[in-house]
Design a protein around this ligand. Sequence first.
Ligand SMILES: Nc1ncnc2c1ncn2[C@@H]1O[C@H](COP(=O)(O)OP(=O)(O)OP(=O)(O)O)[C@@H](O)[C@H]1O
Ligand SMILES: [Mg+2]
Length: 216
Amino acid sequence: MNELSVELSHVRKSYHRPVLKDITLHIDNDSFIAILGKSGSGKSTLLNILGLLERYDAGEYWFNGKPIRNDTDYHALRLHNIGFIFQSYNLIPTLTCRENILLPTLYGHVQSRDLHRLASLLDIEPLLDQSVTTLSGGEKQRVAIARALILDPCLLLADEPTGNLDPKNRDVIFSLLRSEHKKGRAIVLITHDAAAAKEADSVMELKNGTLIRSTD
Ligand SMILES: Nc1ncnc2c1ncn2[C@@H]1O[C@H](COP(=O)(O)OP(=O)(O)OP(=O)(O)O)[C@@H](O)[C@H]1O
Ligand SMILES: [Mg+2]
């Protein structure tokens, strides 16, 4: 697994109002962090900034020793390092499961994981040639997770990956995240669910635009 070192220092982001006011966070290969927070507290905004999908207004963001600035090649950094599981799956409805999972491999010459091994790990192998529109919520989520892992990223960002799942599927996803973390992959997980957050090694809460260590 690639070495990872991510530093956010006093990061700020506003839309019509300040959302992130002062975010300082360190992530490396040993990190398995859960972030809790009320709806609208800025969790997805923070994850989008970490995942290089959104720009920040002020502060500093260093990714493997390089400052993230406006002229940074966001695309290349993301492709080589980051897997993102979106809050609403973001699967392409006109494509099959296989095509959705393999989509990131079309963007560059990056080593990818074996599709069939990954699909079997997630128990979606029989679904590979099915259109994603025909899947249940849990199946869609597992396809989205396979897509996030196909390029073997050292940082996996998961926005409510178990939000729509029943307890059995939730356990399947968490044991997968745990085993992916054991391979040296850093995980940042967003959740509303304090019980789910306990699966992580450290739990933070996003409150009033800052990250605090959760006391629960
Ligand atoms: N692209 C955007 N343009 C304008 N406002 C935005 C944008 N993205 C987020 N916001 C606002 O920023 C605030 C935080 O949104 P965000 O999606 O980060 O919250 P969240 O903590 O992920 O909420 P939830 O738990 O409901 O997913 C909200 O008030 C939202 O309306
Ligand atoms: Mg959100």
